[in-house]
Design a protein around this ligand. Sequence first.
Ligand code: CO
Length: 156
Amino acid sequence: MVSREVKHFDQSLHTLLDDMYDTMIAKKGVGLAAIQVGVDLRVLIINIPDENGKQLRENTLEIINPIFVSQEGCTKFQEGCLSVPGVYEEVQRFQNVEINYQDRNGNISKITDDDFLAIAIQHEIDHLDGKVFIEKLSILKRKKFEKEWKKRQKTQ
Ligand code: CO
């Protein structure tokens, strides 16, 4: 499912963002898309721990209606996802991305990054487009993953 554009930058959006922060922290994640809490809006948050390993609320990037302005280069990164807990796989990504987006009040902003933030942005925007990172794996790796996943579902 592809998430819908946010049109109203109102209290319900702010409540959603605040709830998403609490969920992300509770699940020990560095990013979360609204669809992961059952809301199909183009909303995502990212909070990369600071040098003390803390993820302060005020350091949370709140990214609404993101659009890629540029995507360049190529890198690989070992990714995990709160939607498939405990699974980490190497995924191919762009090295350098630039996005335009809106903040919780609708103000337009932009981010350029070529490090971990760039990876996180691409991972979370995939969620908004209805994709999960395991879909990016090679067929062979994906089959292996699906096997392991089924096995795990049975033992739970
Ligand atoms: Co994810």
